[in-house]
Write a protein that binds this ligand. Structure first.
Ligand code: NAD
Length: 488
């Protein structure tokens, strides 16, 4: 007699909690306004290809108006306000994110394609946590290790990517406001909606006009913002390619810049690791958020003696992941964010096969509409393969092997990037030995992809420079007080 097969009943989140307007303008000086010299573009839901709304594209005069609004707010109100007062606004914004958490989670899932389980349990709570954390710092900057009276830079121009739209906004806006800077932020062109919802939260919080300004648009709008002569501080998260352009543009100017760029992280599994936990960590490391994670553990390094066991267990686990409607609360893998990104993932995977690696995906049916790619594992990967060297930014894992800790370390560090790494072993001494030698900004031990606002995040080499989060992150938004008695 065959045993009954149980399946998950659909558990869709309701879309009724969001109210998407047919079109959106720019948030400048505390109010929404139409672009003066820009145009407009459509925001599409990647899981259905449905047009969600039309969004304004800011041109030069719009970016200029936003920077002027930020400068005025900086000079007249924000830089003069005591830290404890600024902190109250940040607390208010944090609470508003919590109050409207469900709406923000649904909006993010519709606009980005990521599963509601992730927006609900990760993106939105962490965004609120960043505001809470930095609210606490606003009146304690004298204790940040930058002297008794560290000063803000002035106007921060911030450009963010599409993989964690609201969370990246929080990483940028919260420390800037806590330290007394004002902001012009440009969200990514494929995911502007939660940033526009955040503009409403700023109004609801009675944030003084011009302290936060949001200009939507694509790369050209971003370029206009970072190259604007009255921007004092540039904060960018995105690709290494664009990071290079920005580094060139700010070189030789008085502007300060932090760049959070790409990655190709090694997730290293030693033979004494608890294999089941490690497999969970591998899945979390590379298939979380469809692999659209800069610090994703996309290069799995497994000690040779356990590679068969790890791969068999990984394949079993991947067979249980559910791919499909991101609004369903049971979905593990959502849609790829855009047609362009899907094409890049397909191309890189085809290259992997052509270069001789062995490709595997679990049996899964891809929805007919929208942009989809199955979880994919490549074995027999060599260090020279492009899938082992270049960032794919999708649900694609490359597996390599090693015999000794020295070999693991050499292979892990053999990359132009240096954002994160993972180590799985029962041995504490080995964790410390590896962590000291890995050239990566974040090293996770027996876990992967855990984030906390108090923990600094950032990279080495082509992964960029500067840190976000924690006390280290504050220093990117402050000029140290060098006077006698000051200094760290
Ligand atoms: P992208 O660099 O193409 O775009 C990022 C942002 O920059 C977008 O808002 C875009 O409109 C804007 N932009 C494009 N050209 C610009 C220019 N010339 N001047 C100024 N702004 C410009 O990257 P993406 O495809 O949106 O995001 C994916 C990349 O981001 C991946 O490489 C990923 O690793 C990286 N990322 C890094 C981190 C991190 O913290 N290190 C976090 C998330 C994503």
């Amino acid at each position: 007699m065959s045993s009954p097969v149980f399946d998950y009943a659909p558990a869709p989140e309701s879309r009724a909690v969001v109210d998407i307007a047919p079109s959106y303008g720019l948030f400048i000086g505390g109010a929404m306004r139409d672009p003066v010299d820009g145009g407009g573009f459509l925001s599409i839901s990647p899981s259905t290809e449905e047009v969600l709304t039309e969004v304004a594209e800011a041109g030069p005069a719009d970016v200029d108006a936003a920077v002027i609004a930020a400068r005025t707010a900086y000079a007249k109100t924000w830089s003069k306000m005591p830290g404890r007062e600024r902190g109250k606004y940040l607390f208010r914004l944090a609470r508003l994110i919590q109050e409207r958490a469900r709406e923000l989670a649904v909006l993010e899932t519709l606009d980005n394609g990521k599963p509601i389980r992730e927006t609900r349990d990760v993106d939105v709570p962490l965004a609120a946590a960043h505001f809470f954390y930095h609210a606490g710092w606003a009146d304690k900057l004298a204790f940040a290790g930058l002297g008794a009276n560290p000063r803000p830079h002035g106007v921060a121009g911030q450009v963010i990517p599409w993989n964690f739209p609201l969370l990246m906004l929080a990483w940028k806006v919260a420390p800037a406001l806590a330290t007394g800077n004002t902001v012009v932020l440009k969200p990514a062109e494929t995911t502007p909606l939660t940033a526009l919802a955040f503009a409403e939260l700023c109004q609801q919080a009675d944030l003084p006009a011009g302290v936060v300004n949001i200009v939507t648009g694509a790369g050209e709008t971003g370029r206009l913002l970072v190259e604007h002569p009255d921007v004092d501080k540039v904060a960018f998260t995105g690709s290494t390619e664009v990071g290079r352009l920005i580094a060139r543009a700010v070189a030789g100017t008085p502007k300060k810049a932090t760049l959070e760029l790409g990655g190709k992280a090694a997730n290293i599994v030693f033979d004494d690791a608890p294999i089941d936990q490690a497999v969970e960590g591998i899945v979390r490391g590379v298939f979380f958020n469809q692999g659209h994670v800069c610090c994703a553990g996309t290069r799995l390094l497994v000690q040779e003696s356990v590679v068969e066991e790890v791969i068999a267990s990984l394949k079993r686990r991947l067979g249980t992941l559910r791919l499909g409607d991101p609004m369903d609360k049971n979905t593990d893998i959502g849609a790829i964010n855009s047609a362009i990104q899907l094409e890049r993932i397909q191309t890189m995977s085809d290259i992997g096969e052509a270069e001789g690696a062995t490709r595997w995906s679990p049996a899964c049916t891809l929805p007919e509409r929208g942009y989809w790619f199955p979880p994919t594992v490549f074995t027999n990967v060599a260090q020279t393969h492009r899938i082992a060297r270049e960032e794919i930014f999708g649900p694609v894992l490359s597996v390599l092997t090693f015999r000794t800790p020295d070999e693991a370390l050499a292979k892990a560090n053999n990359t132009p990037f240096g954002l994160s790494a993972g180590v799985w072993t029962e041995k504490g001494s080995r964790i410390l030995w590896m962590a000291q030698r890995l050239r990566a900004g974040v090293v996770w031990a027996n876990t992967f992809n855990h984030f906390d606002p108090a923990s600094p995040f950032g990279g080495y080499k082509e992964s960029g420079y500067g840190r976000e989060g924690g006390r280290h992150g504050l220093s990117a938004y402050l000029v140290p007080d060098e006077t006698v008695g000051g200094g760290a």
